[in-house]
Design a binder for this molecule. Structure first.
Ligand code: SF4
Length: 328
C-alpha cells in the first residue's frame, strides 16, 4: 500500500480487512510502498516518511499482527532497488506502455509531469516487489489484476533467459482475488482521498455521525413522504456492509414505505460504522510511534533476509557471480 497518510474505510474494506484474514492462512508480507510514492510525488518527498508511519499505524490498528505476518517499509529493504534494475533489462517498453493505469494516471494527475523513467517503470518495481518473495499469490482486487499479469510475464521472460541447473528461479504468482464490497464515499462516488469523500479509520464517533448526516441519499426521495430504495442509495450500500440483518430489514421496509426518515436511517448506519471503527481505534491508540518504528525495523530485517535468498538465486541464474574463470 502506498504511504497516503491515514487510511479510510475504503482502504480497510478493499484490502486490510482481507489481509487480516490472510495472515492466519498464509506466510504474508505487507509493506508500505514508499518507493512507489516517489514515482508520482518525486518533487516533494516531505510527506513520505510521516505518511509511512500513519499507514503502519493503521495496518496495526486494523489487526495485522507482526507475530503472524511481516510488515515492512519497501525502501528499507535494499533488494527492492536491486531486482527492478535487473528485470528492467529484459522488460520490453511496449509492455509498460500498455499497462492500463499508465495512461489513466497520467490523465488523472494532469497537474504533475509524469513523463519520467521511474513512473514508466513502476510496473517493474511492482513485479520485483512480488517476485523478491517468490510469492505464490498476490491478494488484489479486480482493478489490480493487470499488474499481476505483467509480473507473470516478466517472471516467464526471466525464466526463459536464465536458469540454475535447468531450474526456474522466479515462480509466476497467481492472483488471489479478494472481495471488495462497493463502498461509496459521502458524495456517493467511490470512496477515495482524491474526491474528499472519505470516512477515516481514525475519525472519532462525532465526526463519523457528522459526515453521514451530509451523505447523499436516493435522489428519488426528495420529501420525507416519498418512498425510496436502499439499492439506489449510498447510505443503503453502507448498511449492506456494516449493519446487522435486523437493521437492514428495518432499512428496506422503512425506506420503501416512507416509514422512516433519512436522518434516522443514517443514524443506524453510523451505529454500524462506529461498531467496526471502535476496536480499530482502540488498537491504534495502544501503539506508540517508537513501537511502530521497532515493528517496521524487525519486519524490514525479516523481509531483507527473505529477499536476499531470492537475489542470490537471481544473480546465480544471470551468472552475475564471479565463479567462472577468466577468459572462459
Ligand atoms: S431511508 Fe435510508 S436508504 Fe432510504 S433513501 Fe434515506 S438514507 Fe437512503
Amino acid at each position: 500500500m502506498r504511504p497516503t497518510g491515514k487510511l479510510h474505510l475504503g482502504n480497510y474494506m478493499g484490502a486490510l480487512a482481507n489481509w487480516v484474514k490472510l495472515q492466519e492462512q498464509y506466510e504474508c508480507y505487507f509493506f508500505i510502498a514508499d518507493l512507489h510514492a516517489l514515482t508520482t510525488d518525486y518533487a516533494d518527498t516531505s510527506k513520505v516518511a510521516p505518511n509511512t508511519l500513519e499507514v503502519a499505524l493503521d495496518f496495526l490498528a486494523a489487526g495485522l499482527d507482526p507475530e503472524k505476518c511481516t510488515i515492512f517499509v519497501q525502501s528499507h529493504v535494499k533488494q527492492h532497488y536491486e531486482l527492478p534494475l535487473l528485470l528492467g533489462m529484459i522488460t520490453p517498453l511496449g509492455w509498460l506502455e500498455r499497462v492500463p493505469s499508465y495512461k489513466e494516471m497520467q490523465e488523472n494527475l494532469a497537474n504533475k509531469d509524469l513523463t519520467m523513467y521511474g513512473f514508466l517503470g513502476y510496473p517493474v518495481l511492482m513485479a520485483s516487489d512480488i517476485l523478491l518473495y517468490q510469492a505464490d499469490f498476490v491478494p488484489v482486487g479486480q482493478d489490480q489484476q493487470a499488474h499481476v499479469e505483467l509480473t507473470r510475464e516478466v517472471a516467464r521472460r526471466f525464466n526463459q533467459f536464465y536458469k540454475i541447473d535447468g531450474q526456474e528461479v522466479l515462480p509466476e504468482p497467481k492472483v488471489l482475488l479478494t472481495p471488495s464490497p462497493k463502498l461509496p464515499g459521502t458524495d456517493g462516488r467511490k470512496m477515495s482521498k482524491s474526491y474528499g469523500n472519505t470516512i477515516m479509520l481514525a475519525d472519532p464517533e462525532a465526526e463519523v455521525r457528522r459526515k453521514l448526516k451530509t451523505m447523499v441519499t436516493d435522489p428519488a426521495r426528495i420529501r420525507r413522504t416519498d418512498a425510496g430504495d436502499p439499492d439506489k442509495c449510498p447510505v443503503g450500500d453502507l448498511h449492506k456492509v456494516f449493519s446487522t440483518p435486523e437493521t437492514l430489514t428495518k432499512v428496506y421496509d422503512g425506506c420503501r414505505s416512507a416509514g422512516i426518515g433519512c436522518i434516522e436511517c443514517k443514524g443506524w448506519a453510523a451505529d454500524g460504522l462506529v461498531q467496526v471503527l471502535q476496536p480499530i481505534q482502540e488498537r491504534r491508540a495502544s501503539f506508540t510511534i517508537p513501537q511502530v518504528k521497532e515493528i517496521l525495523a524487525e519486519g524490514s530485517n525479516r523481509a531483507h533476509a527473505r529477499a536476499a535468498q531470492t537475489m542470490q538465486q537471481v544473480r546465480a541464474a544471470m551468472q552475475m557471480t564471479l565463479t567462472g574463470e577468466a577468459g572462459q
